[in-house]
Write a protein that binds this ligand. Structure first.
Ligand code: ZN
Length: 416
């Protein structure tokens, strides 16, 4: 809670230059500074090297829960670029500091190391002109490379920022990684020291300021089990599961904010002539609104309770139990479109003559948003397709625009 109050104070105090001058024209004001222009030129000039880094990092496998090899390469890149206090934390995140004139406000500028692809996936990148093909090449090798490009451009032009920037490669952004890297960053490694959080994730030029949250459960009904004829009259876990799914299937949810539910996998039973001893399902629910997410979650719990009671009440023999394991918990949140942080990012995007697209998504920024720390995810430029598939590709045409925008975002936010 202290962290929230501090962040608000930093943003809205009328005595800070950032608030005085306003965030809505920070882009055009920065573009008038020679040192910023030099940094933007460096970002464009260095783009071929940034793309080399993107390919090099992507050819180092980073399966879920096994990001270490890529993390070590990223740590070495941070060190080579002169960041200070370069380290890998207990969760596996890579951190490096670029000091500012003062200790605060601290900007965290990050991308994620992990991919969705399992151990053994062929991660070689094939090139055809500006087109790069390989698993993870956009999501998020692009972000990792853009972060390095930002550091290089700041160094090349000798940009000094008022506040420090901690650059980070996070682990566990995807799927069952469940944001474990960014959670550790906020809860431990940089606890109470993050004032603004940016993640560079994926391709294009979007600005994700709404964090779609999700809860995921693995639910298991358990009973004694028995012969389908000989033990007839016994409680049946598969029947209970069916009752629960029938109830969930009839849920009414708001369309604004979009709120969803899905039973994605089911299983259980041993044979057609057995009353099962176990039946399970995996349920996913999502919303950008924390209250709507909590409400659909409560309805799922109630559906499970009722299904259990109905099946136990239907028969006199045996008793069922239900286990609910939370396997995914991504908090919902938002950094409002009218907040100084989003206004500043919109302003620099406009100043560079790029289109403004405000978006929603589920990214590392969700966690900061849920903690009240201004957090936004920006795309890394270029054009991508097939994210999370083996056929993923990245077209580097004009991708320097994404690097320039990320650079200007970093400069704009590393201020008071
Ligand atoms: Zn991603």
């Amino acid at each position: 809670m202290r962290m929230v109050i501090l962040a608000v104070a930093v943003w809205f105090s009328g005595t800070t230059p950032f608030a005085q001058q306003g965030a809505t024209d920070v882009g055009s004001r920065l573009m008038q500074q020679a040192v910023v222009k030099a940094a933007l030129d460096a970002a464009r000039r260095n783009e071929p090297q940034i793309i080399e880094e993107q390919v090099r990092l992507c050819e180092i496998p980073a399966p879920p829960f096994a990001e270490m090899a890529r993390a070590e390469a990223y740590r070495d890149a941070f060190a080579a670029l002169g960041l200070q206090n370069v380290r890998i934390d207990e969760a596996g995140n890579v951190l490096g500091d670029r000091p500012g004139a003062a200790e605060r406000p601290r900007l965290v500028f990050s991308a994620h190391l992990d991919t969705v692809f399992p151990e053994g996936t062929d991660v070689r990148v094939r090139r055809e002109g500006t087109l790069l093909r390989g698993p993870g090449i956009g999501d998020d090798c692009r972000g990792l490379a853009v972060v390095l490009g930002v550091i290089r451009a700041l160094n090349d032009a000798g940009v000094e920022t008022p506040g420090p920037i901690t650059f980070v490669g996070t682990v566990g952004e995807e799927g069952l990684g469940d944001l474990r890297g960014v959670k550790h960053l906020f809860n431990a490694s940089l606890k109470d020291r993050i004032d603004r959080f940016v993640s560079v994730d994926g391709t294009g030029l979007g600005i994700t300021h709404i964090g779609v949250g999700s809860h995921r459960y693995r639910v298991t009904f358990k009973g004694p089990g028995g012969h389908s004829y000989g033990a007839f009259g016994l409680v049946n876990p598969i029947h209970a599961l069916g009752r629960a799914i029938a109830a969930i299937a009839d849920f009414q949810v708001p369309s604004e904010p979009k709120t969803t539910f899905n039973v994605g996998r089911i299983g259980g039973g041993t044979s057609v002539n057995s009353i099962a001893f176990e039946a399970w399902m995996e349920v996913d629910m999502r919303s950008a609104d924390p209250a709507a997410l909590a409400s659909v979650d409560a309805n799922v719990q109630q559906a499970l309770d009722r299904a259990l009671a109905a099946e136990n009440g239907r028969w006199s023999r045996g008793r069922l139990d239900v286990e609910r394991e939370l396997v995914g918990d991504r908090p919902a949140g938002r950094t409002p479109a009218e907040s100084p942080m989003v206004q500043a990012i919109v302003s620099v995007t406009r100043a560079l003559g790029l289109p403004v697209a405000l978006d929603e998504g589920s990214t590392d920024s969700n966690f900061g948003m849920s903690r009240g720390v201004p957090s936004v995810t920006i795309d890394g430029g270029g054009t991508g397709s097939g994210a999370h598939s083996l056929g993923e590709s990245f077209d580097a045409t004009n991708s320097w625009q994404g690097t320039q925008r990320a650079l200007l975002v970093a400069i704009a936010l590393a201020r008071q």
